[in-house]
Design a protein around this ligand. Sequence first.
Ligand SMILES: Nc1nc2c(c(=O)[nH]1)N[C@H]1C(S)=C(S)[C@@H](COP(=O)(O)O)O[C@H]1N2
Ligand SMILES: [Mo]
Length: 430
Amino acid sequence: MTAKRDDAPTIPVQTAGLDRRGFLAGAGLAGAALGSGTVMTAGSVRAQEAKPSEAAKPAAAADSASFAFEGKDSGLTSLGDRPLVAETPAHLLDDDTTPISKFFIRCNGQVPEAAADRENWSLTIDGEVEAPLVLSLKELKERFKPRTYRMVLECGGNGRSFFQPPARGNQWTNGGAGCAEWTGIPLNEVLRAAKVKPSAQYTAHHGADPHLSGDAKKESLSRGMPVAKAMEEHNLLVFAMNGEPLPNIHGGPLRLVVPGWPGSLSHKWLTRITLRDREHDGQGMTGHSYRLPERPLVPGSKGDGVPFRILESMPVRAVTTSPANGTRLPAGAHDLDLRGAAWGGDVPIARVDVSIDGGQTWSEAKLAALKNRYDWHRWTARLRLPSDGYYEIFARATDVNGRTQPTLATNWNPQGYGGNAQHRIAILVG
Ligand SMILES: Nc1nc2c(c(=O)[nH]1)N[C@H]1C(S)=C(S)[C@@H](COP(=O)(O)O)O[C@H]1N2
Ligand SMILES: [Mo]
C-alpha cells in the first residue's frame, strides 16, 4: 500500500453518485477494509475501521475492468468473454427504461453473425399443433398486431454472488436484469394460429447461436415452459427494443421475451418453437439447471438424493440505483435522496422499504406507477441522516403476498438461484 496514512483526505467530495469509484475505490475485490486502499486516507473512516460488507461491494472487478463492446457502456461489469456475459452495476440501472447501452448481456454459446436480411428471418412453430407455421419476420408483422410493453428481463442466476459458499455459475450481483420497452407479436396469438393440440404440455425453444464448442449437433441453450405460461398475454416475439430494431447481441432480429420467469426462457435468435407432449429436456432443462431443491440443503452440499423442481417465477428484488455504492457526500449533507427500482417475477410488488441502521428501522419508499404488468416500479425515498458518518443503506421489496427479501441469501442451492438478499450501498458523509 502506498497510502500516506497521515495525509489529509485525498478523495474529492462528491455531490451525487457521479463517480462510480467513489470512496470504496481501492477497497479491493474482496471488499478489504476501507483505509487499506491507496486513495482511502480519510481519517474519520480509518478511525472507524469501516468495512463495506460483502453485500455492499461493487460487482467483482467493477473498479478495474472497462467493458469494451460496440454500443455498450464501458461501465458494465464483464463476468466472462467465452461465453460473453456482462452485468449492469446498480447505479447504471438508474434510468426509468434501461437504455440498450446499459442492458446486461448473457450468452451461453457463441454470438452469431448479425443477420443480413432481418425481414426474412424465419420462425417455425411445430410439434403438437394442428397447423404448423413457418413465418418470416415480415409475415409475422403483417399477420399479427405488434404490442409494446416495458418489462423486466432478469437472469435466473441474478444475485448468485451473495451465496456463501459461492454457488456455481456467473457471479451476478443484482445487475443480471434490466427493464426495456419490448415491441413484438404476442406469442399466444401465434400459438392460437398454429392450433395447439390438447396433447401439448410444454414449449421447446431453439435459436441460431452456435454452441461454444462449434459442434453443430449441440445447442447453446434450449429451454421451455408449460403451455399455460406460454399463453400469458405479455410473452412477446420481440423484434424491437426501446424503439430500435432488436440488436444482434440481444437476439435480433427475433427473440422471445417471457417476463417474470428466468431470462433463459427469453430465447434469442429464435428460429423454432416446438410444442411437446411432455416437459422439455433440452440444454438447460435437466440436472440442477434452473432448479431449486424441494427441501433446504446444507450450504455447499451437492443435493444428492434431494428432489429438485424447475425455477418458475423470480423472487422479489429492490435495488438502489442512486446514489452509487461508495458515494461520498459533503459534511452536513443529511437529507439523502434515494432512487431505485423493484420488481418480482409474477407477483406484483406491494412496497419498498429502506433502512440506514441494518434493518432495525425501515422507511417506506414512494413507488411510481407501472406502465403495464411486468414493468418495474421506480421508487424514491428521502432519508434524514442523524449525523455525518458511514452508512449502509439497505433496500427491500415486499410482494403482495407479503414475501420480502432476506438480509442474507439463505436458501443455498448448488447453482445459486433465488439469491435475493437485500441490496446495500455504502455512503460516507463528511
Ligand atoms: N439463443 C439464446 N437465447 C438466450 C440465451 C442464449 O445463450 N442463447 N441466454 C438466455 C439467458 S440465460 C438470459 S439471462 C437472457 C439474456 O438476454 P440478454 O443477453 O438480451 O440480456 O437471454 C436468454 N436467451
Ligand atoms: Mo440467464
